[in-house]
Design a protein. Structure first.
Length: 90
């Protein structure tokens, strides 16, 4: 049986990002999933596997540039899906 692990995606709208540095602060994103990229220091995702889905980045971004999504159901094993009552991904 596959081990169930919640997985998340973090989308950053580069056009909206104003490089304010809020989201990559370790007090906002403790696992340091986010960082920045020169030359404009726009936010980027550097370690999506470490994301806990807390949504602090999404809530605190002053420009609504971040969307966090839970994609866990698509990763469930057959056995895990049966146990949870959800359909497993093909
Ligand atoms: S909090 Fe929002 S605007 Fe600020 S760096 Fe992060 S994505 Fe960009
Ligand atoms: S949802 Fe939480 S852990 Fe994931 S990138 Fe945002 S602040 Fe970091």
């Amino acid at each position: 049986m596959d081990k169930l692990k919640r997985q998340f995606t973090v989308e950053i709208n580069e056009a909206r990002c104003r490089s304010c540095a809020v989201c990559w602060d370790a007090q906002v994103c403790e696992p340091q999933v986010l960082s920045w990229q020169p030359p404009f220091n726009k936010a980027i995702v550097v370690d999506i596997d470490a994301c806990t889905g807390c949504r602090h980045c999404e809530w605190l971004c002053p420009d609504w540039a971040i969307v966090v999504r839970d994609v866990a159901p698509t990763l469930m094993s057959q056995a895990g899906a049966a146990a949870s009552g959800l359909e497993a991904a093909p």
